[in-house]
Ligand binder design. Structure first.
Ligand code: 9MR
Ligand code: 9MR
Length: 575
């Protein structure tokens, strides 16, 4: 492949000895150049976007200021979602590891970026470590957390049953688990997607997360990813009722203030019980039973029994919708169309057990594999079911595996066509609450298609999709805290807002552009924020008040861990 391009390469590649043009000290970083601020893998596609510019050329300089590459900007037309005239700078052929800056005459320079095989290694570890820092009910110690340490908070040892749980009076212990997001609550619906996405990463690329990410369980001989997931499962287990049903959430009655976790002393309740919480439980424990089957047989058997009890409950109670009772105002994760939830749980249980009853369910209730934007905690579940069926460890029959593989690859092809046609060369066209997790979820589809087909075009699509997250987007932000030059400094994140440290906890992707402006200021909603720009792909504001564009959440970070780990692994550098 490389040989084929030699002539183009020589034409574009200006050797440093012929043309030395060190960056002018006065040249400013241009907001019109949108680049992956972390960088590009050595042998991957490398593209940046330049907006609203009449320029036709670009150059790239190395760390000594020497021009090492020159190219033409290609016109991509106007993007209706951002209102910008878009051009693409393609420097794929620059394959020398190093630190670089891209320049557009008359506009300025890009943020610095790197080319190398290890570009995503640190963020892959950090985005998983973020989950450790999100743990409830234990002291987060300095030796693991550095300056982000804090004392034990939310022990959750005396949680009263709210009447909506179906129990009258009494309390239970419900410790451990991760805080859901910028708030300090714990929700079964959302834990399910998150656990399943992380376990899917583990099952697809088992060696990807080592046993040395510096968490308390590091060095125990088990991947830190599994240790981290188990901390959530330990909590989720407490949420199963004796009849197999599963309580919906463990929360205070309303959201706490922006206080340190140890200062949030609002009483916490066991709230609700729904078909969705039972199915989230059945799916995550059904999958965990498969994963722990090779790590710990007893635990695996216990997980499977719990999962099947929850499944049975859901089959008997197929239409129990969760709605916040009048005295509860924390997250609702509410929906009432459960076919995707059922399909996902049945697929996990089929992949783990091979039992005919789950196959029968799947065959009678096929839900198609496709990408739907928004609310990944419910819209993406069926896709996680497909990923389970096609795993090497899956006990589903070959015919079903074949069919599901085709569905995944076909959808990936459809999304590549969308990416190719989009001015920015990314596949998302709808920007709602958590849009960054939509982008990452699309990336996971490409990564799965690559696993199934071995075709490089899926890695390229995954790469360009990930570039969006790190800065090749209409806001110019690298959306992951602590990674890139222009990153969110004020996420809607209680742990970070209350910790007296300027830099937010690193490794979290924020929700991203949200054209629904759900938190915008109005006369009736005096706590809202003002969005400076209103084009859908630009509806983002780095303000603590913006919970609808700038919060962090476990279900948004799980696919970030997936994508950055996938690319690290692909480049061969992750140890
Ligand atoms: O802080 C809350 C955040 O974690 C949730 O995602 C969000 C939506 O449920 O709600 C936030 O809380 C806000 C509440 O809904 C309305 N009053 C202002 C609160 C934030 O300061
Ligand atoms: O991620 C959720 C998003 O899809 C919903 O539209 C939104 C409003 O219901 O709630 C989001 O979830 C929040 C949850 O309710 C409470 N914890 C913070 C979550 C992230 O904003």
């Amino acid at each position: 492949m490389k040989k084929l391009f030699t002539s183009v390469f020589t034409a574009l590649f200006i050797l440093s000895s012929c043309n030395n043009s060190p960056q002018k000290a006065s040249e400013a970083v241009s907001a019109k150049i949108r680049i992956n601020q972390l960088g590009y893998l050595t042998e991957s596609v490398k593209r940046a976007v330049v907006v609203n510019s009449e320029a036709e050329e670009f150059t790239v300089t190395d760390s000594l200021g020497k021009t090492v590459f020159a190219g033409t900007l290609s016109d991509r037309g106007v993007w209706d979602k951002s209102g910008e005239k878009v051009k693409i700078a393609d420097f794929t052929l620059l394959e020398v590891p190093g630190k670089y800056i891209l320049h557009v005459k008359g506009e300025g320079s890009s943020w610095p970026f790197e080319i190398g095989t290890g570009v995503f290694d640190e963020v892959s570890r950090s985005s998983l470590k973020a989950f450790y820092l999100q743990r409830a009910s234990m002291a987060i110690e300095e030796k693991y957390a550095g300056k982000y340490s804090h004392p034990l908070a939310h022990p959750d040892m005396n949680c009263a049953f709210h009447p909506s749980s179906g129990r009258t009076g009494g309390e239970m212990e419900s410790p451990k688990g991760w805080y859901d997001a910028g708030d300090y609550n714990k929700y079964i619906v959302n834990a399910g997607y998150t656990v399943s996405m992380l376990l899917t990463l583990y099952e697809s690329l088992p060696a990807v997360i080592s046993d040395n990410t510096n968490i308390p369980e590091s060095g125990n001989g088990i991947s830190d990813l599994l240790d981290e997931v188990k901390y959530e499962l330990d909590w989720a287990e407490t949420m199963q009722d004796k009849d197999g049903g599963v309580f919906f959430k463990l929360t205070s009655k309303s959201f706490s203030g922006f206080v340190k976790p140890q200062d949030d002393t609002l009483p916490r309740f066991v709230v609700g019980k729904s078909t969705t919480s039972a199915l989230n439980f059945a799916a995550m424990f059904g999958q965990a039973a498969r994963v722990w089957g090779v790590v710990d047989k007893d635990l695996s058997a216990k997980y499977l029994a719990a999962a099947e009890k929850a499944w049975t409950w859901a089959v008997k109670n197929p239409a129990v919708v969760y709605k916040n009772p009048s005295d509860i105002s924390t997250g609702e994760y509410g929906h009432s169309e459960f076919s995707g939830d059922f399909f996902w749980a049945a697929a996990q249980l089929l992949a783990t057990t091979g039992k005919p009853e789950y196959l029968l369910y799947i065959n009678k209730n096929r839900v198609s594999f496709d990408f739907i934007s928004g609310e990944n905690w419910r819209s993406y579940l069926k896709n996680l079911g497909y990923f389970a069926i096609v795993l090497p460890a899956s006990k589903a029959d070959e015919e079903l595996k074949e069919e599901f593989m085709k569905s995944i690859v076909n959808e990936a092809d459809k999304q590549i066509a969308i990416l190719e046609a989009a001015p920015y060369r990314q596949p998302l066209n709808s920007f709602v609450w958590g849009s960054n997790s939509d982008i990452l979820g699309l990336g996971v589809i490409f990564a799965q298609a690559y696993r199934l087909s071995g075709e490089k075009k899926y890695v390229d699509a995954a790469t360009e999709t990930t570039d969006y997250i790190f800065g090749k987007n209409a806001t110019g932000y690298s959306f992951v805290t602590g990674f890139g030059s222009k990153t969110p400094m004020n996420p809607h994140f209680r742990l970070s807002a209350a910790d007296d440290i300027t830099e937010p906890i690193p490794g979290w992707v924020v929700g991203g552009p949200n054209a629904n402006l759900n938190d915008e200021y109005s006369e009736s909603r005096t706590y809202g924020v003002v969005y400076p720009e209103k084009e859908p792909a630009k509806c983002f504001v780095d303000l603590t008040g913006s919970y609808a564009s700038n919060e962090i959440a476990i279900n948004w970070n799980a696919p970030l861990v997936y994508m950055t780990s996938f690319l690290s692994e692909y480049s061969g550098s992750l140890k």
